[in-house]
Design a protein around this ligand. Structure first.
Ligand code: ATP
Ligand code: MG
Length: 422
């Protein structure tokens, strides 16, 4: 029978790869807790309507990337393609937003039917942060400072750069969109196919086109800058001043428009050159109208999401995960015939003795050299072999598998200095 394989674009993460994920997840959790953010958990499946109303009907995500289906009851559901809309739905549903400030974070799988390639998958993971009830720009600067600190915590500073833009209010963009369409209409036939379609549905997304012909035409197009309301210009200016004051470098990218309709005002991305076309590792900005759009009271909001797979690729390249985190075993206990119970109890005492010590007890018998070989393959640093068990305590032979120590014989009670070397 043919073997069943994973779905294209949905990855298994094997034990060799999990340490870098754990490293990243641990640093992320530490980071957000240092800024007073609290975790939210919400479902993977939501009503399709939630995403249509938030991300927008004519965005790539909703038009062609969602995994949507009707359940047995006939309800229209979708696997979540992103977390912001779900976070808003959940926070609003449980009364977390009315007249309050909230600093929240979440993490988990997202689903988009895209063409799988390096850094782009159909099931991928995001770490997201959302702040509600604050008009900014102080809180926007906080989010950027937080991500800036993250790159340092991960050893990736210098590998990413910050891009900023002010995309104005939704009515600024409508006015600009009209001007853009007017300018582009005579060039309609020269535009790439996606852009031609967007001319009628979502003209601002044309700015994002990768087609050289379209980019050429765009060179003399009207710019959003000339359509921005004073209020967003002031906000954006203050944000830049806060970043300057904090010593955070950025480049302004007028082409940065974001692919989701709910964004407004200041938006940002952290971009790397090391991942080819999939260069955005973190993306965010303000979305001050989304809560109201989803049925709540108007609530200012801002946030960002990090694509974890892309960061994992960067971390693998930079090889920054400490050796200690890559190893699953510190001590390997060899078990000779007749010693099974004794060895198991020894291992338990070792785990009692030192919190965090990773002890693997050999199972399944076999000769000592064969067990030592397994110990070597397990990555353990020390092997313990019970030499003598008659006396009041065990006498152990300790072998260091990294040659840092020649074989020594020690009583169990005298193991501390040896274990302290780990
Ligand atoms: P891109 O321009 O790369 O398609 P996006 O604008 O669609 O990204 P967002 O919806 O803003 O992405 O999601 C935030 C982050 O999630 C992205 O910056 C990226 O790091 C990550 N991401 C988005 N889509 C995918 C995917 N299909 N596979 C892996 N990571 C993804
Ligand atoms: Mg995308």
């Amino acid at each position: 029978m043919a073997r069943i394989q994973a779905i294209r674009g949905m990855n298994d993460v094997l034990p060799e790869q999990t340490p870098v994920w754990q490293f990243l997840e641990e640093r992320l959790r530490t980071l957000v807790h240092r800024y007073g953010y609290r975790e939210m958990r919400f479902p993977i499946v939501e009503q399709t309507q939630l995403f249509k109303r938030s991300i927008g009907e004519v965005t790539d995500i909703v038009e062609k990337e969602m995994y949507s289906f009707s359940d047995r009851n006939g309800d229209e559901l979708s696997l979540r393609p992103e977390g912001t809309a779900v976070c808003v739905r959940a926070a609003e549903q449980h009364g977390l937003l009315y007249n309050q400030q909230q600093r929240l974070w979440y993490r988990g799988p997202m689903f988009r039917y895209e063409r799988p390639q390096k850094g782009r998958y159909r099931q991928f993971h995001q770490f997201g942060v959302e702040a509600f009830g604050m008009t900014g720009p102080d809180v926007d600067a906080e989010l950027i400072l937080m991500t800036h600190r993250l790159w340092r915590m991960l050893g990736l500073d210098g590998h990413v750069r910050l891009e900023l833009n002010n995309i104005g209010t939704s009515s600024d963009r409508t006015a600009y969109g009209r001007a853009l369409v007017e300018y582009l209409r005579p060039y309609r036939e020269q535009l790439d196919e996606d852009s031609r379609r967007r001319l009628d549905s979502n003209p601002l997304r044309i700015l994002d086109s990768k087609a050289p012909g379209t980019q050429e035409i765009l060179r003399d197009a009207p710019v959003l800058d000339d359509f921005l309301s004073e209020e967003t210009v002031a906000h954006y200016g203050e944000l830049k001043a806060l970043l300057d004051g904090a010593g955070i470098a950025f480049v302004e990218n007028p082409r940065l428009v974001r692919g989701l309709d709910y964004y407004n005002n200041a938006v940002f991305e952290w971009v790397t050159d090391s991942l080819g076309a999939q260069g955005t590792v973190c993306a965010g900005g303000r979305y001050d109208t989304l809560v109201e759009q989803l049925g709540g009271r108007a609530t200012p909001a801002t946030g960002f999401a990090i694509g974890l797979e892309r960061l994992v690729l960067m971390l693998e390249n930079a090889d920054v995960v400490p050796e200690d985190m890559k190893r699953a075993v510190d001590v390997y206990v060899v078990v000779q015939q007749g010693q099974e119970a004794m060895a198991m109890q020894l291992a338990e005492r070792l785990r009692e003795r030192r919190a965090g010590l990773r002890v693997l007890t050999h199972c399944g018998g076999g000769k000592v050299p064969a067990q030592v070989k397994r110990a070597f393959n397990s990555g353990a640093r020390l092997v313990l072999i019970i030499e003598e068990s008659g006396a009041s305590e065990l006498q152990l032979k300790v072998r260091a598998l990294d040659d840092s120590l020649s074989d020594v014989s020690v009583a169990e009670s005298a193991l501390d200095p040896v274990l302290a070397r780990l």
